[in-house]
Write a protein that binds this ligand. Sequence first.
Ligand SMILES: Cc1cc2nc3c(=O)[nH]c(=O)nc-3n(C[C@H](O)[C@H](O)[C@H](O)COP(=O)(O)O)c2cc1C
Length: 372
Amino acid sequence: MALSLHTKLCDMLDIEYPIMAFSHCRDVVAAVSNAGGCGVLGTVWLSPEEITAEVKWLKANTDKPFAIDVAFRTANQEIDTVERLLTKVPQEYKDFMDGIKKDLGLPEEIPGTRLERPYIGPEGAYESVKRQWEAAIKEKPAVFAAALGVTREAIEEAHAAGIKVISLVGNVKNARRVAELGVDIIVAQGTEAGGHTGRIGTMALVPQIVDAVSPIPVLAAGGIGDGRGLVAALALGAVGVWTGTIWLPVHESPLADWIKDRMLEAADEDAVITRVYTGKTARGLRNKYIDLWTQPGALPTLPMPLQGIYHPMPWSVYTEDPTSLAIFNTPQLREWVSTASGNIVGLINGRKSARQVLYDMVTQAVDILGTE
Ligand SMILES: Cc1cc2nc3c(=O)[nH]c(=O)nc-3n(C[C@H](O)[C@H](O)[C@H](O)COP(=O)(O)O)c2cc1C
């Protein structure tokens, strides 16, 4: 059967192109949805109230479908408040991180930027995630996406509200597990991906998950950067692609300018796996903070969520706050912050709008396929 860009995903989500775009920036999400793909807003740092406000903003800025993504990062962990978690971080880790902060002259609080710590409200980590997904579902986005696991309760609530549920996985075992829980679409994310990632490459993972969960539709993620990647994903049996890294340096993204420049200069091998930010394996552009934890005699990283609760450095800088920008925009500190990013970073060689990135991907795919 000839491959076509109009896939089951387009029918399920009522979108023109089978391209989903993950971003923490609502402007990128709205731009992709308005251009015919489906933007996905990451909400891991946001309070339930902020999630409500972001969905309302998106609804005011696009009449097309978009997704809200919640990270179920603590679903299997004990109920804990920030204060209690902080007491569990060993003193030698606090001393180590305080030392870095002091050496670099970082202030106690960095205004206008989050340290990209997952949101934990006074109710504790477990309840916070529940409040996040409840807030997202209450606002009825077209799609609800879940990373790092998902619960049957969340899936049932989304379905009762008429919302499609997507779950990201990195191996066949977890694909089978979320299929059994009743998700509508599964994202098979290969190790090439930016952000939290597993061990299996996209090329090996996608066809195995397609076979394991059929007839549930599968999206390919990890290392997809242009029309060639999109066509390859379709050839592997996916009904579309789920992408992240390529949306970081677009015009609409508030990622600091010098980090966008680093992405344009970076090569495939510059995106490395580290546990230093969250305690779980995640891929990002190398920087001095990541390197510090790999030196001989370095402390082993702590498990999630302890590793992330005290660390002194943001992974990247998303802010227009002048004080915060001034703190990081010095030749010394620029080397300590970068961004989560996948291996496809080496393919990005110019700054474009989100609409242009989407159209270039579609145009190249149509060229290869010889048909829409
Ligand atoms: C900066 C960044 C942050 C990410 N944060 C999340 C997140 O909070 N939730 C999530 O589901 N996926 C997250 N991801 C993973 C993406 O959803 C997507 O699976 C991945 O970027 C696909 O691989 P690619 O980067 O090669 O396109 C993140 C990716 C990047 C690059």
